[in-house]
Design a protein around this ligand. Structure first.
Ligand code: ADP
Ligand code: MG
Length: 453
């Protein structure tokens, strides 16, 4: 949880406190819990600040296991809690010897929770994954600059840390520095007030063989920091070292960034992470469930489809939804998680009607496709052979009559066909159903396949 933001920390502790307040009586809560807060998170250690020695002792001796298991249920991780009062000095356990033993980049550790093993690969991130793996196993060799770009919550930071962990494990003599661009800016501002400080920072950075820098778009308009970064980056390039950058945009689309940098980024290897597909999202959900110690059998498979459809724009929010769902289920002691529980747990977080429609639409498409031995993409596509065209009319008819989906929306699913084409399909099949027993039987057959799916 290296990238834990202040808001995430506050949210986490708010959630913990709300569970505590429900479980214990108010006086106890007010006396020992209410005035606690997370001071910081250091690797897998959460430092909780208490308002007195007494609170600290009580929490340590009586409530530590409860609080730790609550935190770990919420986060799906394995954190330990240490209690402090303002008089104590918080001990930070160093993880990455080089960066932490120095005065620079103290907070920058490679997140041990992000590795290639728990990174699910699908069509949308395949290229980025491959390139990262190549770079991690041959740092500085094939692609000295790797530039990974993609929208928020799609796995850039996860990949960057995976590269770091892989190198640490397989190539331990290589020194890896990972930092967010914001950290880089902060370090620069903090230490370059004098030339000698700047020299020290430069020297420190030179010791590394691999430089992993996250969210480079954040250097926007930071002219001085960019200049300094450029100098370091050039040194890395010239000494055959590895640099990996992530960004929310393609190098050429970055604004407020020095063209010299953009040219260098462009001449390296750039790989995208695109919009995830539903199937990979389902796989990610399953992996996260297993990793957090929950049982897949306790979920109605439709829950995965519902979540994947509703949250596929960001894996971060997909994960957030799952955490909230699991939290809701354990709080209410619900064993089996079905669609209803999911809707209750995530109330207000997504348009469940729209998401459900999508699943049902998918079921209809799949049922018709399997009935005719063709694929869903053939049904929604443009090929006009008689068999496929008929299956298409039928799927459109079923979506309209079973789900009452507007013609225009159906048209969007079917390769952008217009309103009148869709209407024509519905009318055509309706007429056949009214007059032709054989067609009526086919329709009923497909319908029963849909409901048994
Ligand atoms: P970004 O940096 O692109 O905004 P992150 O790397 O922080 O996104 O990913 C957000 C969350 O989604 C993280 O918890 C990460 O573990 C998870 N995640 C993203 N992509 C994958 C994936 N392919 N497999 C498993 N988890 C993923
Ligand atoms: Mg990120």
């Amino acid at each position: 949880m290296k990238n834990t933001t202040i808001t995430e920390i506050i949210n986490l502790w708010d959630k913990v406190l709300s569970i505590v307040s429900e479980q214990f009586d108010k006086q106890l809560y007010d006396a020992f819990f209410k005035n606690t807060k997370i001071d910081s998170i250091n690797g897998d250690k959460i430092n909780v600040l208490c308002d007195s020695e007494l609170t600290k002792t009580v929490l340590e001796e009586k409530y530590l296991p409860f609080l730790e298991s609550t935190v770990n249920k919420i986060t799906g991780s394995n954190y330990h809690i240490a209690f402090y009062t303002s008089k104590d000095e918080i001990v930070y356990t160093p993880k990455n010897d080089l960066s932490t033993s120095s005065q620079f980049f103290k907070r920058n550790i490679i997140d041990p929770n992000y590795n290639f093993d728990n990174f699910v690969v699908g069509p949308f991130n395949n290229e980025a994954h491959k390139a990262s793996l190549i770079v991690a196993s041959n740092p500085g060799t094939f692609y000295q600059t790797l530039f990974i770009y993609g929208g928020s919550g799609l796995g850039k930071t996860h990949l960057l840390n995976s590269i770091g962990n892989y190198i640490k494990e397989n190539n331990p003599t290589k020194k890896v520095l990972i930092c967010s661009s914001q950290d880089f800016i902060n370090e620069y501002l903090e230490f370059v007030s004098t030339d000698s400080r700047k020299e020290l920072l430069t020297k420190f950075l030179r010791k590394f063989d691999v430089f992993l820098i996250d969210d480079i778009q954040m250097l926007k308009d930071k002219r001085k920091t960019q200049e300094f970064f450029f100098q370091i980056y050039e040194e890395f390039r010239q000494s055959g070292k590895q640099v990996v950058l992530t960004s929310d945009k393609l190098p050429g689309d970055l604004d407020g960034i020095d063209t010299r940098l953009i040219t260098r980024f462009t001449s390296g290897l750039s790989v995208p992470i695109c919009q995830p597909d539903v199937d990979t999202c389902v796989e990610i959900l399953k992996k996260k469930i297993v990793a957090s110690g929950f049982e897949l059998e306790n979920y109605d498979p439709q829950v995965f489809a519902l979540l994947a459809n509703a949250f596929k724009d960001s894996i971060r929010s997909l994960e957030g939804a799952l955490i909230r769902l699991n939290f809701f289920a354990s709080l209410n002691r619900i064993q089996y998680i079905n669609l209803e529980v999911t809707e209750q747990a995530l109330e207000g977080m997504f348009d469940s009607k729209a998401a459900k429609e999508k699943i049902s639409e998918r079921k209809i498409l799949e049922a018709v496709a399997s009935y005719y031995g063709i694929s869903v993409s053939q049904i929604i596509g443009k090929i006009k052979t008689a068999n496929i065209a008929f299956a298409r009319h039928l799927a459109i008819y079923l979506i309209r009559t079973l789900l009452d989906t507007p013609y225009k929306k159906i048209g969007e699913t079917f390769a952008g066909r217009d309103h009148s084409t869709v209407m024509h399909s519905v009318e055509k099949i309706q007429k056949l159903v009214d007059n032709d027993t054989q067609i009526r039987n086919i329709v009923n057959d497909v319908k029963s396949r849909i409901s048994s799916k």
